[in-house]
Design a binder for this molecule. Sequence first.
Ligand code: SF4
Length: 259
Amino acid sequence: MPSANLESMDDHATSSEVAEAKQALRVLEDSLRDCSRCGLCKGRSQMVFGAGHPRAQLLFVGEGPGFHEDRQGVPFVGQAGKLLNELLEGIGLTRSDVYIGNVVKCRPPENRDPTPDEIAACSPFLMEQIAIIRPRVVCTLGRFATKLLADTNLSMTAVRGKAKARELAGVDTIVFPVFHPAAALYTPANRRVLVEDFAKLRRLLDRGLEALNPPVSGEGAGDGSGGEKSDDGSGDVGSPNPSGGPRLPVPRTEQLPLW
Ligand code: SF4
């Protein structure tokens, strides 16, 4: 069954731009197959590059491959991946609508945390992926991706479900941290929080960058925000689409919390 917003998730890039991005990702992936830039190369079965739509508007970034990912070469295929699939389904998306990557591309032994050196060695490749994919929203899964991409030392509890505008690899993005799905596998309270945050993520995707601005006050009236009227006569204000596609819809009555 096609996902609810597949067309609007897809139509920001032309088919030739998608093909170009796919090819660029393939070249980058091939260049990393034998990467030995950090010690994680020693224990891996294979490097796990990432997977999904080459010009996804929504990029998920996790921590690093686990046991199953290392064996299969695909990110988020274990229990946490199953939960991620369910969360995506809950907001009308599938994995083919989004792109999923990790802070480090090789499995840390015994699933230990990646070290700062390993993150420093591997994160430039994630930035290259971001430069190619040009996502509108980057959803960080857990503290390592959040620390790296939102540039914060605040706790996950403090920043989860909040949006932050960030330029990453020359791309204007909105970073949106949520708990890592693994943290919700055996903790129903965390699972509820994730479901809540994914509902916010859906709204963020629907509203684009304007979700960061105060809601428009007064139907169809200028509010001094510098916005423009849409062409459809509805009084909606459109925000420029960073990918150059159609203008994005705007929030009217609700905004996402920022930090
Ligand atoms: S984790 Fe990244 S930097 Fe380290 S060996 Fe794997 S691909 Fe290379």
